[in-house]
Design a protein around this ligand. Structure first.
Ligand code: NAX
Length: 327
């Protein structure tokens, strides 16, 4: 049987954590033959640490055959020790009335600390996924704070946007969601993201031709996908958690185990592809194989797409300029 791998999860006592840990422990992320050791990080606050203890009691009570160990931590320097995978879920999302500078400062502190800790103690091959918002910029901060690790090991979660877009297209066309191929989401995990189905196919047929409705793209599809998070908060009174956890599982599983040529979306540091400045943590269509992602090349960018990409890029470079002084 395989040797256990170490999976660190931050914000482990939060709502996404609660929807995520049990699925990792049951083998849905890394495979039904891959034992895992969970290294869980929460803030030192007594209430958070107690909640984490409760979650660990429940993990134990599942008697998962693949769960080879669970650890509770309050310090990233111990939580990230030798970790092979790190899911950075805990962060300070923007609260009501919170100034942009304050948001960037709080998250700057969290993600410089965690990036430095990964740099110091994680496996040199660690695969990092940042979920906590602002996800792209937090991933950028962590990457810049870990100069001894390959930049390509740092990623941000755009997969929820990708899955939301796929589900809207399935509903619109009346086809199975699993049949959609070649969907791309460009840019920031924010309402400015550009979900792009120009190349998408279902059973080899063009989705664009099937829908044949340009105004729907601009007036319905893009706003629906972009504002889906807000719609869920309005309906549920809480932000997306199970769907976010599911997207995190999808992202890591595909990265680790491959996509068999299927396009998925990951936020990754740009190497200059499609005119995005180097190192910007940008959502790109990728395929994964052998534990590595590869950007899908050669996609034609028309005028409308360029306009959408410029807008989400501008938002990201503004965010990343706003944290430069911390790095
Ligand atoms: P919760 O508030 O339920 O949980 C967050 C947990 O993180 C808390 O238990 C908190 O104590 C912990 N935490 C805070 N700072 C920490 C630190 N420095 N180290 C370790 N733990 C820390 O939030 P939840 O609903 O779980 O959402 C978590 C994050 O995901 C938020 O930032 C949220 O905005 C973001 N999301 C990102 C999404 C994406 O697609 N990228 C979608 C869903 C979600 O909105």
């Amino acid at each position: 049987s395989k040797k256990p791998v170490r999976v660190a999860v931050t914000g482990a006592a939060g709502q996404i954590g609660y929807a995520l840990l049990f699925r990792i422990a049951s083998g849905e992320m890394l495979g039904k033959d891959q034992p895992v050791i969970l290294q869980l990080l929460e803030i030192p606050d007594e209430k958070a640490q107690n909640a984490l203890k409760g979650v660990i009691m429940e993990l134990e009570d599942c008697a998962f055959p693949l769960l080879a160990g669970v650890e509770a931590h309050s310090d990233p320097m111990t939580a990230f020790k030798d970790t092979d995978y790190a899911l950075l879920v805990g962060s300070r999302p923007r609260g009501p009335g919170m100034e942009r500078a304050e948001l960037l400062a709080v998250n700057g502190a969290i993600f410089t600390t965690q990036g430095k800790a990964l740099n110091a103690v994680a496996s040199r091959n660690v695969k990092v996924l940042v979920v906590g918002n602002p996800a792209n910029t937090n991933a950028y901060i962590a990457m810049k704070s870990a100069p001894d690790l390959p930049a390509k090991n740092f990623t941000a979660m755009l997969r929820l946007d990708h899955n939301r877009a796929a589900s809207q297209l399935a509903a619109k066309t009346g086809k199975a969601v699993a049949s959609i191929e070649k969907l791309a989401v460009w840019g920031n995990h924010s309402p400015t993201m550009y979900a792009d189905y120009r190349n998408a196919t279902i059973d080899g047929q063009s989705v664009k031709a099937m829908i044949n409705d340009e105004p729907w793209n601009r007036d319905v599809f893009l706003p629906t996908v972009g504002k889906r998070g807000a719609a869920i908060i309005a309906a549920r009174g809480l932000s997306s958690a199970a769907s976010a956890a599911n997207a995190a599982i999808d992202h890591m599983r595909d990265w680790a185990l491959g996509t068999n040529g299927k396009w998925v979306t990951m936020g990754i540091p740009s190497g200059g592809e499609y005119g995005i400045p180097k190192d910007v943590m940008f959502g790109y269509p990728v395929t994964c194989e052998g534990g590595e992602y590869k950007i899908v090349q050669g996609i034609e960018i028309d005028a409308f797409s360029q306009e959408c990409i410029n807008k989400t890029l501008k938002e990201l470079t503004d965010e990343q300029d706003g944290v430069k002084h911390l790095l």
